[in-house]
Design a protein around this ligand. Structure first.
Ligand code: FAD
Length: 348
């Protein structure tokens, strides 16, 4: 008998199952391995400042320390390195952008993330940056593919993983119990990412899915220690001279496959800032579980109180998932209130 069945081992299911395990819960994770899922192909970027107006990311001050603590804990457990502090350089688009940024720097709540003295000029033969660039402090990056593979192996070794497609026809939900192919648990929590639109229990939730595509390119003699943020993100990868270029946001699509349209958009945005020659070596696509009001979906079905959801991580799953997995676990096990902004009761 399990305490929880968790469906999905993307970043959401991984984090939730981990915080439950740390709280001594008995869990079973069911996940059909998909190396092209959103969590596997994500850039893994954790950024405290976002958008053209340089606004602090929602909950940045709380998220960032917990994110670092959590991923560092995994590095220790697995004896490998996949979480990296990152030097982010944002390219100014105009004089107005420079002024907006100066105004932000004057605000005490931004001091930790923006510093006037950190203006860095990039070599214009490599990158177009006519108005200069500025450094964002406090950013980091998770090699999410590497982390997920480690965590999957860990679950497998402990006999806590079923690698298969979850079939709703096999789920029996009773008042105090759920069972799936003979495995019984007190509760089941769905973390299927964009796959949730097939979930009959949560059809009432307003997902607004967004496809994302990214490229891997080879650039010789570029910046192996900086993430450069212009119209696209140029991010060094593990292998020498390879850079991750991301990402597109497409609201209307037929599938998760990489498309010519996505590739053209990425190449257009890349060549708008890159002066160095490059070669495309890979191209990927996946669907993000984005949500109309841009807040996660956490909670239980209104009639089936043992059927839950942990989803809606949108464009920021790598930083949101650890924080909200801990929050949800504290709600589940200690009865602490769920934050109203993320509780699915807001749609009932
Ligand atoms: C190109 C791109 C770049 C991105 N970059 C970033 C970034 O830099 N930083 C950031 O924070 N976020 C980024 N994101 C967003 C991030 O990837 C998502 O927020 C996050 O991955 C969502 O995680 P998830 O676990 O909810 O979903 P998923 O990653 O989709 O995982 C769901 C899992 O559930 C499994 N599953 C679903 N249905 C079933 C079923 N019926 N049976 C069995 N298994 C099932 C799937 O196989 C999968 O393993 C990016 C996304 C994309 C597409």
């Amino acid at each position: 008998m399990y305490d929880f069945i968790v469906v999905g081992q993307g970043i959401a299911g991984s984090m939730l199952s981990w915080f439950l395990l740390k709280a001594n819960q008995k869990i079973l994770v069911i996940d059909e391995f998909n190396p092209s899922s959103a969590s596997h192909i994500a850039g893994g970027v954790i950024k405290p400042i976002t958008g053209k107006r340089f606004v602090k990311t929602w909950l940045a001050d709380e998220l960032i320390p917990l994110v670092e603590k959590t991923y560092r804990e995994f590095e220790e457990l697995f004896g490998d390195s996949f979480f990296h502090e990152a030097l982010f350089l944002k390219i100014f688009e105009s004089v107005k952008a420079q002024n907006d940024w100066s105004a932000r720097c004057a605000s005490p709540e931004y001091i930790a993330y923006l510093k006037n003295e950190n203006i860095i000029d990039l070599d214009k033969e490599k990158v177009k940056n006519d108005f200069g660039t500025f450094e964002i402090n406090g950013g980091s990056r998770l090699d999410s593919d590497k982390f997920l593979l480690h965590y999957r192996k860990y679950l497998e070794q402990k006999n806590m993983l079923l690698n298969e497609k979850f079939l709703f026809s096999e789920l029996v939900v009773e008042k105090d119990l759920v069972s799936y192919k003979g495995e019984e648990a007190t509760r089941i929590i769905f973390c299927e990412g964009a796959g949730a639109i097939q979930n009959p229990y949560f059809k009432f939730l307003p997902f607004q899915l967004a496809k994302g595509e990214c490229l891997v390119v080879r650039i010789e003699n570029f910046y192996p220690d900086r993430i450069i943020n212009g119209e696209v993100l140029i991010m060094p990868m593990r292998k020498k001279n390879l850079y991750y270029i991301g990402a597109t946001h497409e609201w209307s699509f037929d599938d998760a496959l990489p498309s010519q349209k996505g590739k053209d958009e990425l190449l257009g945005n890349l060549t708008a800032i890159l002066n160095s020659p490059f070669e495309v070596v890979d191209h990927k696509g996946a669907i993000r579980p984005t949500v109309k009001d841009r807040r996660p979906f956490i909670g239980f079905h209104p009639e089936n109180s043992n059927v839950g959801i942990f989803n809606g991580m949108g464009t920021k799953g790598i930083s949101l998932a650890p924080y909200f997995a801990k929050h949800f676990t504290e709600h589940l096990l200690n009865g602490e209130n769920l934050m109203k902004e993320v509780d699915i009761k807001r749609f009932l």
